[in-house]
Design a protein around this ligand. Structure first.
Ligand code: BGC
Ligand code: BGC
Length: 606
């Protein structure tokens, strides 16, 4: 071991100083002793770390531009997968093998500090092919079921563990106030109390103890005010008073901190013109001071680039961000530049050593608490939980609980399972990609059956059984008046982040309207199942629809939609967002005096 470590130093030439107090191997040192308290272990380790070691711990790099040897030489503290960034073999084994290779790299450095792998498991472990894809948060908000959401956190943690990862960049506890925002679906709802109630997911993800079985570090994001930007612009400016910021956007973070959330991710957005990534008051004074957050703060993807409004980042931006209270920097691509700047900023006195030590103490505390020093490698015993029947059953329950029945003229729903014919149409009827939305296998998500699961159509066919003929045509062609009902499954196609912003129209597009027209022309009653990341501007069409169900972005288990349509379960979902009369009302929220199409909390049943 000693020889191996020395060789690494000699061949890379990156490390100049021999680690103080270290004989070149970490075995037997106090910080490696699991019987000592975590604080003692952290303190001991800190005294042995060089500046390079400490800079490395604060550095998070993207897997696509990082080798295991980089982890050894630069002492990289954390690797991440950006959206859709997966090993060549996108299987549990492929992920675990990749993880272990990075971990061997980390453990080859003299102090043998394990690296930590972070990923956006935001609705299940969605980058891993074959994982269970749960409904996006907006649907979970509609369930009003915090216990269910906690169970989903637990299931997700098992699927994350099974792929080797330690840390998820979830939950998004944003309070989406303007539905034009492309991340509205990542929000549990517009109401701070609702979002706060759903922080049970933190407990699900992290388990009762971070070193418990399949415990995964959670991240409350994006701090602070990401859902309150003017015009609903992603990464925009939240121009409100501090009192409103505290009343609307802070409560879920307070709750997540009380639940012991291990990390908090800073928002790309600004508060009254000041970028959060440089906001010492909100990060250090409010989050770490007032809220008592003892975990570590991570930046968002290349977030420090944006501080001075110029492309790329400078040493000054690094100093501003770290001095503001950022502990780990997600510098996905230009991490080598970052390492140099951070080291230089400390050496020149721009960043005090006490700040570096505080950041390291926070990061290392979580690594010890996770048990990474004792069990650094992937726990492959959880691989079998990925996409397991038990998890898919849980997801299906979440889907049916998230359906919100908004209109049901003449009690057309629930549909009988026998007699006559049912026509199914719409581009999201037979499309697991559409029903899963963004952050599914890729960053933006994609149409098509991109991941295994059950389409809404397959769920309808299974529910109807042999008692009813189900005919499907995506665009509605071929329908005639002989059908007893037509189910149109349509709405939005996948998007993520700013690419989903809708500053203009929030209506159905021409394709969906044409499909609806074909169905309506026959006089057959039309039941619309809206697959979308947010309320859409549908008031002009609603009169022509007999029934309307908001299905949100249900994920891989589309059968949960049919569970409600055919009455196996009565609908219980309630709107997590106020539903606009027209896009011109945005932002529209509960109790703001505007008259909605459907109020916050609305939802019919039978
Ligand atoms: C998003 C974060 C995400 C990160 C890593 C950013 O663009 O804003 O929510 O965790 O990328 O993928
Ligand atoms: C990554 C995402 C990230 C985004 C930020 C993408 O390339 O895959 O994870 O959130 O960039 O712009």
């Amino acid at each position: 071991m000693r020889l191996a470590a020395l060789l690494v130093i000699a061949t890379t030439g990156v490390l100049t100083a021999v680690v103080p107090g270290s004989p070149g191997t970490a075995a037997g040192l106090p910080y490696q002793d699991p019987s000592l308290p975590v604080a003692t272990r952290v303190g001991d380790l800190l005294t042995r770390m060089s500046l390079d070691d400490k800079v490395g711990q604060m550095t998070q790099t993207e897997r696509g531009v990082t080798t295991p040897a980089d982890v050894t030489s630069y002492r990289i503290g954390s690797i991440l997968s950006g959206g859709g960034s997966a090993p060549a073999s996108n299987t549990a084994t492929g992920w675990a093998d990749m993880y272990d290779a990075y971990q061997r790299g980390a453990l080859a450095a003299p102090l043998q500090i394990p690296m930590m792998y972070g990923i956006d498991a935001v609705h299940g472990n969605n980058n891993v092919l074959g994982s269970t894809i749960f409904p996006h948060n907006i649907g979970l908000g509609a369930t009003r079921d915090p216990a269910l959401v906690q169970n989903i956190g637990r299931a997700t943690a098992e699927e994350v563990t099974g792929a080797g990862q330690d840390w998820t960049f979830a939950p998004c506890v944003c309070v989406a106030r303007n539905d034009r925002w492309g991340r509205t679906y990542e929000s549990f709802g517009e109401n701070p109390e609702l979002v706060t109630a759903m922080t049970t997911v933190v407990t699900g993800l992290q388990g009762q103890r971070l070193d418990g079985p399949a415990s995964v570090l959670a991240t409350a994001k994006h701090y602070l005010g990401d859902g309150g930007t003017t015009g609903g612009t992603d990464q925009g400016n939240t121009a409100i008073s501090e009192a409103e910021l505290r009343a609307i956007h802070l409560p879920p973070f307070r709750a997540a901190v009380q639940r012991g959330v291990g990390s908090v991710m800073v928002s790309f957005s600004s508060f009254n013109g000041a970028k959060l990534h440089g906001n010492k008051y909100l990060i250090t004074d409010v989050l770490k001071g007032e809220l008592g957050f003892t975990g570590f703060v991570v930046s968002d993807w290349a977030g420090i680039d944006q501080l001075d409004g110029q492309r790329g980042f400078t040493q000054a931006e690094v100093a501003t961000a770290v001095n503001a209270g950022l502990d780990m920097l997600m510098v996905p691509e230009n991490w080598r530049t970052f390492v140099g700047y951070l080291r230089a900023a400390v050496q020149s006195g721009q960043i005090p050593m006490s700040r570096i030590d505080d950041a390291n103490r926070r990061i290392l505390t979580k690594k010890f608490e996770l048990g990474l020093f004792e069990r650094p490698y992937a726990d492959r015993s959880y691989a079998a939980t990925i996409g397991s029947t038990a998890h898919r059953t849980l997801a299906r329950q979440a889907v049916r609980e998230s359906q919100v029945l908004l209109k049901n003229a003449g009690g057309i729903l629930p549909l009988a399972k026998s007699g006559g014919k049912i026509f199914v149409a719409g581009r999201s009827a037979d499309d697991i990609g559409n029903q899963s939305g963004g952050w599914t296998l890729s960053w933006q998500g994609a149409s098509g059956n991109t991941v295994p699961g059950t389409s809404i159509l397959a769920g309808i066919r299974a529910a109807a059984g042999s008692g009813t003929t189900v005919t499907y045509a995506k665009d509605g062609s071929g329908i005639d008046s002989s059908y007893r009902a037509a189910i149109a499954v349509l709405g939005e196609t996948p998007y993520a982040e700013g690419q989903g912003d809708r500053p203009g129209s929030m209506s159905l597009d021409a394709t969906d309207l044409a499909t609806l027209n074909r169905l309506r022309a026959t006089g057959v009653p039309v039941i619309v199942v809206l697959v979308s990341g947010r309320p859409l501007d549908i008031a002009a069409q609603l009169g022509g629809w007999t029934a309307l169900v908001a299905a949100w972005l249900p994920g891989s288990e589309g059968a949960g939609v049919a569970d409600v349509l055919f009455g196996d379960y009565a609908p219980t979902g309630k709107l997590p967002m106020t539903w606009m009369q027209s896009a011109s009302q945005q932002p529209i929220n509960d109790d703001d005096g505007k008259t909605p199409l459907f109020p916050y909390g609305y939802g019919l049943t039978y």
